[in-house]
Design a binder for this molecule. Structure first.
Ligand code: PLP
Length: 314
């Protein structure tokens, strides 16, 4: 459609396990697949707790956008078909919420250079962050959104790509060169439709926003009790707790990567003993309970985190 051959993606990201998707990812799972597909260029995105640009938080968004603009200039904007990012960096890459203004800035750069903005909302879509889609928090409209997981609340496998009207129209008279055994699978689509009806009936998106504030406040309060908590960040029912050995040096409490021994496994096991399942990747714990979670269950889960952290500290 654009006749351009490059896609810009970010470090600290995951987009899937097929050859192209894993190459577009910025996490260690791409390493065994390298060199991967051609045309992928990665850049850094904002990380308020550990600025890759070494600037204070109030300058993070501007610094990140200047960095992206530099990458665009040296890659040649006319060679770049799309920028693909998760609006909130996913669980396996640290759950990082960008500062206000960043996503809008990326949209503006895309518009200036005729580049498509593709958002991967596989984790963040369908109410997870307290909005139907995370991009709505910053009133950004992408050209495409990748979806999966929450579209059926995970009950039946279903993934898809939402596209803007112009992209949809393009395929009215152009062939989409793809074919899949299960595309448009009636059972999966029926589960998706039924799931969305429940979202509407039970007001699950607003509920995620409301309960998410309660979860976030409880997690932030934990930071007063545990020096190992360096940062708490999130939106809706999607929270990351970054653990550090020292709040001043910010030395990670567990190593980056996916192999080798990590104290994280023992910590997660202690939470599981208390009936609470969390994801823990590198040094970041991720709390993403079901959207139907109750306040009592949130309280119980946070208590399990509290007790497990206390036990680890002893
Ligand atoms: C952010 C994100 N994008 C893409 C994927 C891959 O999705 P799928 O397994 O549906 O290909 C995942 C899977 O965990 C993900 O978390």
């Amino acid at each position: 459609m654009t006749a351009r051959h490059k896609v810009l993606t970010k470090y600290r990201s995951y987009h899937g396990a097929t050859y192209g998707a894993v190459t577009m990812s910025g996490d260690p799972r791409r390493w065994p697949a390298e060199p991967g597909i051609p045309g992928i260029v990665r850049f850094f995105t904002p990380y308020l707790y550990r600025s890759p640009f070494s600037v204070p938080p109030e300058r993070e968004s501007a610094a990140a956008l200047a960095h992206l603009e530099n990458v665009l200039m040296y890659e040649g904007p006319h060679t770049i078909a799309a920028i693909l990012i998760e609006p909130i960096t996913g669980a396996s890459s640290g759950l990082i919420v960008p500062p206000d203004g960043y996503l809008k800035g990326v949209r503006e750069l895309c518009d200036r250079h005729g580049i498509l903005l593709i958002l991967d909302e596989v984790q963040t879509g369908f109410g997870r962050t307290g909005a139907w889609f995370a991009c709505q928090h910053w009133t950004v409209i992408p050209d495409m959104i990748a979806i999966a997981k929450g579209v059926t609340s995970g009950y039946v496998p279903l993934g898809g790509v939402m596209v803007s009207e112009p992209i949809a129209r393009y395929f009215d008279d152009h062939v989409l060169w793809a074919g899949l055994t299960y595309s448009g699978h009636p059972l999966a689509c029926a589960a998706g439709c039924a799931n969305l009806a429940v979202f509407e009936e039970e007001g699950l998106v607003d509920r995620a926003q409301r309960l998410g504030e309660a979860l976030g406040n409880r997690l932030r309060r934990l930071a007063d009790r545990h020096a190992v908590i360096g940062d708490v960040r999130g939106k809706g029912l999607y929270w990351g707790v970054e653990l550090v050995k020292d709040r001043v040096t910010k030395e990670p409490w567990a190593p980056f990567g996916r192999t080798g021994p990590s104290p994280m496994k023992a910590l997660l096991a202690k939470m599981l003993e208390r009936g609470t399942y969390l994801i823990g990747q590198s040094n970041v714990l991720v709390a993403a309970p079901p959207l139907v979670v109750s306040e009592e269950e949130i309280e119980e889960g946070v208590r399990a985190i509290d007790e497990a952290l206390a036990e680890i500290a002893r």
